[in-house]
Design a protein around this ligand. Structure first.
Ligand code: BMA
Length: 336
């Protein structure tokens, strides 16, 4: 018989901590803002050529509408230099799809264009859709407009073409569930060859019925590593948690491994309580010079921005132990 101590040890080992919260969390709140806002959360992230960190933050005003605002920091943790005014405001006169605001940006640096591509949610009477903009400096922006009509969100561009085509990961919503798709384009404007990439599970699973990509996928030698969110509806609310899946580098719709359990969930007070309780929602990360340490920036309870760090090597090792191939998963689904 195993002693209670051993059982506790086994349980701790099983639920390994993959992301460690920074001691100064939350790193940015509405109080830090140079102008009046309600809240700041769900920021896209990138490293700038000088090694500093740029966050493109979703800022919600007191009308409830969101815009985007840049915050820069040398160490990616504190001393943020926040733009004195909104950096990218909705422009409903020219882009009616932005009538109710722009939200949840994901940044991808695209070497071929020497530009950053920002995929964001544009929200209007038509519902939430996916819009794309390009920038070189996060000061002026070239809007491409809506590239995926409503109801669609949680999108990011891959940093390079796949077999000659640009690839966009996104999350259309259907009455049968919200699953992750990938679509291809010759010119960033016309999209087709749509493929289902990852399905929400069903029933009691933590990622049943509604999933979405969180930050843009992480390119590793073994494949595109995706951190995705699963939304568990409960009688009192919804819980946003994070899981992992790995996809083929040259055929990204092909899932190689998917983790069974979630690996990060709302636990800290600032994640559990806020405008929307029980939400961790990363839209961006940076990778340190060692090529392994990942700094994950996430919205906490739709109220603040928090930071947690992990190791890409450990995420992949965790998937090997806690995941399985999607073919086995498909078999299991068909039997359910
Ligand atoms: C999702 C998105 C996120 C938000 C989350 C929790 O649908 O709209 O912007 O953080 O819900 O409210």
């Amino acid at each position: 018989m195993s002693s209670p101590k051993l059982i506790v040890k086994a349980a701790t080992e099983k639920y390994e901590t993959l992301f460690h919260r920074h001691a100064v969390n939350p790193i940015l709140t509405g109080k830090d803002w140079p102008y009046s806002i309600n809240s700041v959360f769900n920021a896209g992230a990138t490293l700038l050529p000088d090694g500093s960190t740029l966050l493109l933050c979703r800022v919600e005003d007191r009308r409830g509408l969101s815009h985007l605002c840049v915050a820069r920091s040398v160490n990616g943790v504190d001393e943020w230099q926040i733009d004195r005014e909104p950096t990218l405001l909705p422009n409903p006169e020219q882009y009616p799809e932005e009538l109710w605001g722009i939200e949840d940006p994901r940044i991808t640096y695209v070497p071929e264009l020497k530009k950053y591509a920002i995929a964001y949610t544009s929200y209007s009477r038509g519902g939430p859709g996916v819009s794309l903009a390009l920038t070189e400096d996060f000061r002026s922006f070239e809007r491409i407009g809506v590239i995926m009509p409503p109801d669609d969100k949680d999108a990011a561009l891959l940093p390079r073409r796949i077999n000659g085509y640009w690839a966009l990961i996104h999350r259309p919503m259907t009455p049968l569930g919200a699953h992750i798709w990938i679509s291809y384009s010759p010119d960033l404007r016309h999209w087709g060859n749509h493929k289902l990439m990852l399905e929400a599970r069903r029933g009691a699973w933590w990622d049943a019925n509604k999933i979405g990509m969180s930050p843009p996928p992480i390119e590793t030698p073994r494949g595109w590593l995706m951190i995705y969110h699963g939304v568990r509806r409960t009688p009192s609310s919804s819980i946003y948690r994070l899981g992992l899946a790995l996809f083929d580098l040259e055929q990204p719709e092909k899932c190689l491994i998917r983790g069974d359990s979630w690996m990060f969930a709302p636990e800290a007070d600032y994640e559990r309580r806020g405008d929307v309780q029980d939400v961790v929602f990363p839209c961006g990360y940076t990778v340190a010079k060692d090529g392994d340490t990942i700094n994950l920036y996430y919205g906490a309870a739709d109220s603040s921005i928090a930071l947690a760090h992990g190791s890409i090597r450990c995420l992949l090792a965790w998937l090997d132990v806690n995941g399985h191939s999607e073919q086995a998963h498909d078999r299991r689904l068909r039997q359910s």
